[in-house]
Design a binder for this molecule. Structure first.
Ligand SMILES: Nc1nc2c(ncn2[C@@H]2O[C@H](COP(=O)(O)OP(=O)(O)OP(=O)(O)O)[C@@H](O)[C@H]2O)c(=O)[nH]1
Ligand SMILES: [Mg+2]
Length: 336
């Protein structure tokens, strides 16, 4: 481990925003190599040890919802609320569809400008650079950086719809789904299957007509399923006008209540454990894919393909041989 890297982690732990930015860039760049560059590996090991030693982690709050619903405005208002309560806040704006990072979310940067000079706020845009696995590569490392920097809460805003929403739910302790009145959003949310991932519903733009109706639609859809188990969490529905900061304290309370419920029910640890397993699996699968691609052009796979076409092997037996080869290969070059 280089001295520079140790210093960078040290400065991050001291809350230096530039160190936080550099360390996140480092893990993000490193994550573009699925097996991890040595600096990514070293940084990750240092971060994991730090987080474990401190025993403290930020509450990760995912914000998701259709484009323009007010995620960034809500995020910014939440940052203000948490700061007013003296908490340290991290913000990750993640665009799983964009190959660009850093400058990608310019609009959001402008929106976050009011927090730019606050050294208790760390704001970062990330892109997943088109990786299979979406958010799974760099984000866990970025979250560790923010834990080490002493964040109490990390808000993760995703841009884009679909898989990203499911990914963010896997990553967050608490997922807030934002909808707006008059956009058929409650129904869209139901169609997209994001009702299931919501721990908190935020009906934003409540200054517009139909907010109460949207909230009733949501409540109705939530009760359509089987009778809720009394021990289960019922997602609260909070009305906000994020652009005016109203209702934001209710979001803060709902998020805090969800966290309390998670830890009371022992589910915080369960979620963290599942995330840890997901992270290992994603890295392992990345390695398998890469090795598979590297033998893809090689004689063995095309020979096996010929054998399969000729009927002298079956696909399961052939796959067993490929996996055997991957295993032998992994043993041979685990030094990477
Ligand atoms: N009327 C009204 N407008 C709002 C409210 N909250 C946000 N807006 C406006 O809605 C627009 C979109 O807000 P954003 O916060 O950028 O929405 P977003 O969900 O982050 O958008 P994307 O990141 O592009 O998906 C902006 O013009 C906001 O000023 C609100 O409560 N009421
Ligand atoms: Mg946004």
């Amino acid at each position: 481990v280089s001295d520079d890297l140790e210093k960078l982690v040290e400065r991050t732990a001291a809350g230096d925003p530039r160190a936080v930015g550099r360390l996140i860039s480092l893990v993000e760049d490193g994550a573009s190599d699925p097996e991890g560059t040595s600096s990514l590996r070293d940084a990750t090991a240092l971060l994991v040890a730090r987080v474990a030693a401190s025993g403290r982690r930020a509450q990760v709050v995912g914000l998701t919802g259709s484009p323009g619903v007010g995620k960034s405005t809500t995020t910014s208002a939440l940052v203000a609320a948490y700061r007013a309560a003296g908490r340290r806040v991290g913000v990750l704006a993640v665009d799983p569809t964009s190959p660009f990072s850093g400058g990608a979310l310019l609009g959001d940067r402008v929106r976050m400008q009011e927090h730019a000079l606050d050294d208790g706020v760390f704001i970062r845009s990330m892109a997943s650079r088109g990786h299979l696995g979406g958010l799974s590569w760099a984000t866990p490392q970025a979250l560790r950086v923010l834990d080490v920097a002493g964040c109490d809460v990390v808000l993760v805003e995703t841009v884009g719809v679909g898989q990203a929403e499911v990914d963010i739910a896997a990553l967050a302790d608490t997922t807030a789904v934002l909808v707006a009145p008059g956009m058929g959003d409650a129904i869209q949310a139901a169609k997209a299957g994001i009702l299931e991932i919501a721990d908190v519903f935020v009906v934003n733009k409540a200054d517009r007509d139909g907010a109460e109706q949207t909230s009733r639609d949501l409540r109705h859809m939530l009760t359509l399923g089987e009778k809720p188990d009394p021990g289960e969490w019922t997602p609260p529905i909070v009305l906000t006008v994020a652009s005016q900061g109203s209702g934001i304290d209710d979001v803060v309370s709902a998020v805090a209540a969800h966290r309390e419920w998670l830890s009371r029910e022992g589910r915080l640890e369960a979620r963290q454990r599942r995330r840890a397993a997901d992270e290992i699996e994603a890295i392992a699968l990345g390695g398998v894919r890469r090795r598979l691609a590297s033998i893809h052009g090689s004689a063995s796979l095309s020979e096996l393909a010929s054998d399969l076409m000729a009927g002298s092997t079956d696909p399961y037996a052939a796959a067993d041989r490929v996996l055997g080869e991957l295993g032998a290969d992994a043993g041979a070059d685990s030094s990477a």
